[in-house]
Design a protein around this ligand. Structure first.
Ligand code: ADP
Length: 334
């Protein structure tokens, strides 16, 4: 069973899982979501019931999967993992649901990409712990109701807006994950360095944290690349100079923008005069899928103050022009 490997995500999955925090106390940052979750979980524990279904929302790499696993661990429950794209046939979901035992956590990553029939099956399962299994085809088809064990669904999505209303309404709680502060990423890096056995100066940690786009997964990935560099070109110890030199090799700039981020900004500024331009036009210009630009690049560019969303399209800010070394137009649009 490897639905997670079907996700369009980075390599190093095995390393990623060793770096995953296991307990809520080990989970760095997200004070708001953590407090909210603590209340939901503790109250369910006291009442001896399965907690409400939970939705975790936010850009990739902020810790949604990790949190889902922590939720299961805190509940002393088993976790079953799947993803929206893996549930194309509702029969697969029915099989998964009917195998759950009481109190299990079912984690569905990228839940906004679930196919319609599976989604409709999920409504009933979430609400009444029941599925209707359709047997046969055509006029002779009958549906057989099947009880399933009370479980907790944890959904993760990079786009809450892409969820249908009825699905969103069936979650008792939505945790909105935020980008991490540099100091929080330094904590993540310190922990990861000690797990990986990397000797990392504090200033080097700060340097990597500052270029990690507010994202623990990126911080961990940059740490591994910096480690490679330190091992191959130096004695393995990571100083600030080593970290900067390594990140230059991997085209990660001082603000943490990578090749794709810069390609998006460059297209916006140089091909479209700074905008406004629609997201799909922009995506075509950089040869990427619109969803990737919208879910992966855009949230961070907006947060970094380089890109603005307007009703007429995306607009480069003055800061973006300057970051690319271009002079902003005299009458900035926007
Ligand atoms: P998502 O599901 O949101 O894409 P993940 O839960 O897979 O994100 O997190 C990606 C990696 O980032 C994990 O392997 C983990 O090492 C690290 N990570 C994420 N959030 C945290 C955190 N709060 N504290 C420590 N490490 C984290």
């Amino acid at each position: 069973q490897s639905p997670l490997s079907a996700l369009p995500d980075s390599g190093d999955r095995d390393v990623e899982s060793t770096l995953r925090p296991r307990k809520l106390a080990e989970f760095v940052g997200q004070p708001k979501v953590r407090e909210q979750l603590e209340l939901v979980l503790e109250s369910a524990r006291r009442r001896g019931v399965a907690p409400d279904h939970l939705l975790l929302s936010g850009p990739p790499g902020l810790g949604k999967t990790s949190l889902a696993m922590i939720i299961a661990a805190e509940l002393d429950s088993a976790i079953r993992v799947t993803s929206g794209p893996a549930l194309e046939r509702s029969g697969d979901l029915a099989a998964m649901l009917s195998n759950l035992v009481q109190g299990d956590v079912l984690f569905i990553d990228e839940i906004h990409r679930i196919a319609r029939p599976a989604e409709e099956m999920l409504y009933l399962a979430m609400e009444d712990f029941r599925v209707d299994v359709v047997v046969g085809k055509g006029p002779g088809a009958t549906s057989i109701p099947l009880e399933i064990a009370p479980f907790t669904l944890v959904g993760a999505t990079t786009r809450t807006g892409a969820l249908t209303g009825p699905l969103r309404d069936r979650f008792g709680f939505t945790g909105q994950m935020e980008f991490y502060e540099p100091a929080e990423l330094e904590d993540v890096l310190r922990r990861s360095a000690s797990i990986l056995g990397v000797s990392l100066d504090a200033e080097a940690g700060a340097e990597i944290a500052g270029r990690s786009r507010g994202t623990p997964r990126i911080a961990n990935r940059l740490l591994r690349r910096v480690r490679d560099y330190a091992e191959v070109r130096a004695d393995g110890h990571v100083t600030r100079e080593i970290a900067s030199a390594a990140l230059a090799v991997y085209d990660v700039d001082e603000l943490g923008l990578d090749r794709l981020d810069r390609a998006v900004l460059t297209a916006l500024v140089r091909s479209f005069g700074g905008g406004p331009v629609g997201i799909s036009t922009l995506a075509v210009a950089v040869g990427e899928e619109a969803a990737t630009v919208e879910e992966v690049c855009e949230p961070y560019l907006v947060r970094a103050g380089m890109l603005a969303r307007t009703p007429r399209g995306r607009v480069a800010t003055e800061f973006a022009w300057r970051h690319l070394g271009d002079r902003p137009p005299q009458n900035p649009r926007g």
